[in-house]
Design a protein around this ligand. Structure first.
Ligand code: MG
Length: 229
């Protein structure tokens, strides 16, 4: 059996304890020389979207994306210690990720609105990097539209591991927001929605997820869904 498991990062694998927002604020300050008075909503959006919104609401000029990405990357690297110190891995994650990693034919990676560098900082700071192949993920640095990132990851996985890994039927998204659900459904991919972020089980169901869990603590149930069809 082949499975490409596409993990969301924030509020699915990890809780960042506000460090994400500090990274956006630091990037904003690096670009504009100002401290942001308030932050843009993040949940499930891509970094290019979040930074564009943050600049817009402060009436700052838009910056070229490469410059914004460099500022985000520097801010992410500077916050690695804070992530390691204050961030946490969510319940059940290590159990599930290690169980899946032990199965032949399973590849695990990330689909996130974070730029790749900062996704890597987050999972590395909290000890999850060894189970994930970030080379075949989909990131906010690939496309501003999150809905396209599942396809980006599948294309990369197919190129590295074989065409079957690009099949929608062999992929599963695990995420915590309606945007994860929309991205998975738009790509014809199954989604396990987990209510470990700000959205309730009911909200995630209403957003179209047929499998919703309150956490990933029930390893058997998570594996049954991921490995089922
Ligand atoms: Mg999330």
């Amino acid at each position: 059996m082949l499975r490409l498991v596409l993990w969301d990062v924030d509020h699915t694998l990890i809780e960042n304890a506000g460090v994400s927002k500090e990274i956006y604020a630091a990037a904003f300050t690096a670009l504009t020389g100002r401290t942001p008075s308030h932050l843009a909503p993040t949940e499930g959006r891509t970094d290019p979207d979040i930074m564009a919104e943050l600049l817009r609401i402060h009436e700052a000029p838009p910056f070229p994306w490469p410059q914004v990405e460099r500022a985000l990357e520097a801010a992410g690297a500077a916050h690695r210690g804070a992530l390691a110190e204050r961030g946490t891995v969510l319940p059940g994650v290590v159990d599930v990720i290690t169980a899946l990693a032990a199965l032949p034919g399973v590849v695990q990676t990330i689909v996130t609105g974070n730029i790749r560098a900062n996704a890597e900082v987050k999972v590395a700071a909290l000890g999850l990097l060894g189970w994930l192949d970030l080379d075949v993920g989909g990131y906010g640095s690939d496309d501003r539209e999150r809905s396209r990132l599942v396809a980006v990851a599948r294309t990369r996985a197919a190129a590295k591991y074989g065409l079957d890994f690009g099949q929608a039927a062999n992929a599963v998204v695990i995420g915590d927001t309606p945007r994860d659900i929309e991205a998975a459904r738009g790509a014809g991919t199954r989604i396990l929605a987990v209510a470990s972020g700000i959205h309730t089980v009911g909200e995630l169901r209403a957003a179209g997820a047929t499998c919703v869990m309150s956490s990933l603590a029930d390893r058997a149930a998570v594996l049954a869904f991921v490995l089922g069809s």
